[in-house]
Design a protein around this ligand. Structure first.
Ligand code: GSH
Length: 327
């Protein structure tokens, strides 16, 4: 596409991902709820993802989000940055602030907790699992036995863990409250907790383990969430679609949206600003590592400057939770 016909990028935000990814949807649902306009760059569900490779990103999971020349990997890092850039206002409705349950869910819904059980529900009955290219891609990432269970036992075992999670949510909603910590509006705790369970009931067709009789309040809460984000998405309108090449050109030509740098001197790793470091997740996709110069290190975030395919520079931002930084 010629530069004169390149789409405008709302708020300089581009979200990369594919519709089947529940983490990608988590971010889309947040953007819709907050009424934040953005562009979407569709990726394949499997490697290669040439637009991310061209930007110098080795991290292989989805979603990824760029704001100007800053690239955020991991949905939690993405949401934190958007929270900071778009405080609640009349144009951008906020999530009701919540307390302890938000903290608990934030720590436990990810890849080592609830989500791993949800992913365990995927078995040979799903079309993607019959696609040899998809299975090979995930085996390269996760291990050679991934997806080999055809007995249904893995799915049943995953359901055992998830039934406990549903029961816990049922307890939290015991008094008829609409949202986990009470109050009128959907809160941060709800958005931390609900998306893997909505995926389980919807795409993973796990309804047989979670009946309306046993979990009436939890199922109603999931429905409530679905309605809120569906209405918000209808109000927000569709994101601008941007093709990979245009996304790459935009990011390379943009400014940094985060101007801050500096290393927290109390950080336990004792690293110096400008040091050459490696950043990678510790929970899944651990062998896909990014290397670059340390720009910023705080309790919650690591930022490195990396080279793109043409030698220009962008910055990758990752959270400190479930990520490792090594010199
Ligand atoms: N902690 C990450 C996890 C992301 C994740 O596991 N995403 C899955 C898709 S839902 C993934 O990337 N799978 C492998 C792939 O798509 O390449 C986050 O919060 O974004």
């Amino acid at each position: 596409m010629s530069s004169s016909t390149r789409p405008l990028i709302p708020n300089q935000i581009i979200l990369y991902g594919y519709p089947g990814s529940p983490y990608f949807r988590r971010v889309k649902q947040y953007l819709a709820f907050r009424q934040i306009s953005y562009a979407e760059c569709p990726t394949s569900p499997i490697l290669p993802r040439p637009m991310l490779a061209a930007l110098g990103v080795h991290y292989r999971r989805i979603p990824v989000l760029s704001i100007g020349k800053d690239i955020y990997v991991d949905s939690s890092a993405i949401l934190s940055r958007l929270d900071a850039l778009f405080p609640p206002s009349s144009s951008h409705p906020g999530l009701a602030p919540t307390g302890l349950s938000q903290i608990l869910f934030r720590t436990n819904t990810g890849s080592e907790g609830v989500f791993s059980r949800c992913a365990g529900m995927l078995d040979s009955r799903f079309p993607a699992m019959k696609d040899p290219a998809f299975v090979k891609d995930r085996r390269d990432m996760i291990g050679p036995n991934w997806g080999s269970d055809t007995s249904g036992k893995g799915r049943a075992e995953a359901a055992v863990g998830l039934r406990r999670v549903f029961a816990e949510v049922e307890t939290l909603l015991h008094d008829g409250r609409e949202w986990i910590e009470g109050g009128k509006g959907m809160g941060r705790a709800d958005t931390e907790a609900v998306w893997p369970l909505a995926w389980t009931i919807g795409d993973l067709q796990a309804g047989e383990y979670f009946s309306k009789t046993e979990f009436p309040k939890t199922l109603a809460w999931i429905e409530r969430y679905r309605k809120v984000v569906k209405d918000a998405a209808a109000k927000a309108g569709k994101p601008t679609k941007v093709e990979g090449e245009d996304a790459v050109a935009f990011v390379k030509g943009a400014e940094y949206s985060d101007k801050e740098s500096g290393v927290d001197s109390s950080d336990p790793l004792g690293l110096q600003e400008g040091a050459e470091v490696q950043v990678c997740p510790t929970d899944s996709g651990t062998s896909y590592k990014d290397r670059g110069k340390l720009v910023k290190l705080t309790r919650d975030e690591v930022v490195i400057a990396v080279k793109t395919d043409d030698g220009s520079e962008v910055r990758i931002h990752a959270p400190r939770w479930n990520f490792k930084v090594r010199a």
